[in-house]
Design a protein around this ligand. Structure first.
Ligand code: SF4
Ligand code: SF4
Ligand code: SF4
Ligand code: FES
Length: 568
């Protein structure tokens, strides 16, 4: 590694070749103001807020995109740099409509913060007050062009980080606008509503509908946790105020590199479903609210009436380790029944694995087999698209409609897997992504090729379910059936099969799942109220932390199962 000397504000330090002046300054604790810079994005030097004075150079230079040269001497806060930064701010404020008192970002806005820091108490230049469009065509967030400073963070996030390339720039000069595709309304565009652009926007131009005006950063609580809505297990920050979840943000330090999909960022907060808030027991054919004591007594009675060995449990493989273990201990260990998962599990046979998300970044070939990551494991799908941008060859081998096939260099039906595998053998750093529950004979073919393999499971914690020997094979003859459903829903076939059991207990979050089926309903905490661990796509144990306490009458699933075990 080549080491370079740099002197910033009289302080000399050594940095690695390729380090920018901004990075060197930050490492030395010297703050240079920025607007278009974001640590997760490539710098483009668009805003000129970070201008610095370099010895023997006439023009000021942008620190974010200027690499350190050996022996360079930099001053960051000269009267000239301060004057230029103030001028940049004055121009930005005069260009569009920044009325902070009406803006949802007021208090958290990076532009406003710099305005205060540079003594802007009023508009220096007349503002033309252009009436710019507010595009509210997307379900979860809004684009207000009046607040946009054209920093292009959103465009770089969409293109370089997510690999989606929906956003771009249209027109020139004062008429420049952020645009989607060929100037489509954002809601009609190829936008996948992952919300990465929203997360990087420094102003009130991109607005989250749900959390807008819900509280400034100083008013809210942030809890680091993990998304359990698919087996990628993205790291998230859950933002709450007074126990109410406002929004979910991606954790830049997670294996997902800050990226989420709409199923993890937006949809869990907007279910519109009626929650089970109290235990319920069926009386005279209808479910009625009950105390925990009554509900647990009813479960114990129903279980004790069943023939031993015919007390079975179904568990969603999206649940955390602790409730899954408790179900297995109670129903298999104590009652001698079967425990199965609601989601498809890999049939017996080798499940080649060992790959990590970062392997996709360096792959020269990615083969997707019998899976559609852009539909079911979206953040991994985005990562594959990004790999394609970086030169990786993408092959898809799957039957039926497949969103990933639209971005593939070649697509094959599953019957041509051998052809696809022949291409893998010619690659230097191949990665194979496949549906874990696919035909074990095809899986066996993957096990013998020289490639990093990533199995895609049907639910977040399927890895734990497999290690406990659980699968989703039919058990048929339950006389008492306990279902740990949480936020999931039964398929029509599963509902029909559950109906055959004379006694059904449902441990669930939502009323519409339990109606007409359960004899006893036990309320389950929601995803942001749970605490525990699960195993993500990389096989790593991920910690889930509660961002808000559950309502008073909702206990943790493990407490309920312990109580149940004590009563039977
Ligand atoms: S985007 Fe920032 S500077 Fe512009 S109005 Fe909103 S708070 Fe003020
Ligand atoms: S929408 Fe936000 S992130 Fe995008 S260019 Fe405008 S200010 Fe920057
Ligand atoms: S890819 Fe999966 S884990 Fe990540 S945010 Fe989407 S649903 Fe959650
Ligand atoms: S932060 Fe350097 S030019 Fe914008």
């Amino acid at each position: 590694m080549t080491v370079l000397n740099v002197t910033i504000n009289g302080k000399t330090m050594e940095v690695a070749e390729g380090t920018t002046i901004l990075q060197a300054a930050n490492a030395a604790g010297i703050e240079i103001p920025t607007l278009c810079h974001h640590p997760a994005l490539k710098d483009i030097g668009a805003c000129r807020m970070c201008l610095v004075q370099i010895e023997n150079m006439a023009a000021l230079q942008p620190a974010c995109s200027y690499p350190v040269i050996d022996g360079i001497k930099v001053e960051t806060h000269t009267p000239r740099t301060l004057e230029m930064r103030k001028f940049v701010l004055e121009m930005l404020f005069s260009e569009r409509n920044h009325y902070c008192m009406f803006c949802e970002m007021s208090g958290d806005c990076e532009l406003q913060k710099q305005a205060y820091a540079h003594g802007l108490a009023h508009w220096t230049y007349p503002t033309p007050n252009p009436k710019l469009q507010v595009d509210a065509s997307r379900t979860y967030f809004i684009m207000d062009h009046n607040r946009c400073i054209l920093c292009r963070r959103c465009i770089r996030a969409c293109g370089d980080v997510v690999g989606n390339h929906t956003l771009g720039m249209m027109s020139r000069g004062a008429k420049t606008m952020v645009t989607a595709d060929m100037d489509e309304p954002f809601g009609d565009s190829t936008c996948v509503s992952c919300g990465t652009c929203l997360q990087v926007c420094p102003t009130g131009a991109l607005v989250d509908r749900r959390s807008a005006y819900g509280g400034r950063n100083k008013d809210v609580d942030t809890v680091n946790s993990a998304c359990t809505f698919c087996s990628i297990g993205c790291r998230v920050n859950v933002i709450t105020r007074n126990g109410r979840p406002l929004r979910v943000e991606g954790d830049w330090d997670g294996h997902n590199q800050g990226v989420l999909c709409l199923a993890g960022r937006f949809q869990p907060l907007e279910t519109g479903r009626r929650r089970v808030t109290t235990p319920m027991v069926k009386r005279d054919g209808a479910l009625e609210p009950a105390t925990w004591d009554e509900a647990l007594a009813a479960v114990a009675k129903g279980v004790q009436a069943a023939v031993p060995g015919k007390i079975h449990a179904w568990v969603t493989a999206a649940t955390l380790d602790q409730p899954m273990d408790a179900v297995v201990e109670t129903f298999r260990g104590k009652f001698g029944g079967d425990v199965k998962t609601l989601e498809a599990a890999p049939p017996p046979g080798e499940t080649p694995n060992g790959g990590a998300m970062k392997d996709i970044d360096t792959a020269d070939l990615v083969l997707v087999v019998d899976a559609d990551p852009l539909t079911e494991h979206r953040v991994l799908g985005y990562r594959i698209k990004r790999a394609a941008d970086n030169g990786a060859r993408i092959l898809v081998c799957a039957d039926g409609d497949n969103s990933m096939a639209d971005f593939a260099h070649e697509a094959f039906p599953l019957s041509k897997l051998d052809w696809a595998l022949a291409s893998v053998t010619t690659a230097e750093r191949p990665v194979v992504v496949y549906r874990a529950a696919m035909d074990p004979r095809l899986r066996a073919k993957l096990a013998v090729i020289k490639a990093v393999c990533i199995p895609l499971h049907a639910a977040a914690n399927a890895a734990r379910a497999i290690s406990l020997g659980l699968n989703n094979e039919a058990d048929g003859d339950a006389e008492a059936l306990y279902i740990l459903l949480e936020e999931q829903a039964l398929t029509p076939e599963q509902r029909e099969q559950a109906h055959k059991a004379p006694f059904v207990v449902m441990h669930a979050c939502y009323v519409d799942d339990v109606d007409g089926l359960a004899d006893v309903v036990l309320p389950a905490p929601l995803w942001y109220e749970r605490e525990g661990t699960f195993h993500n796509i990389e096989g790593k144990s991920e910690r889930v932390r509660p961002a808000a306490p559950p309502p008073e009458d909702i206990w943790s699933e493990t407490s309920v199962l312990q109580q149940l075990s004590l009563r039977v």
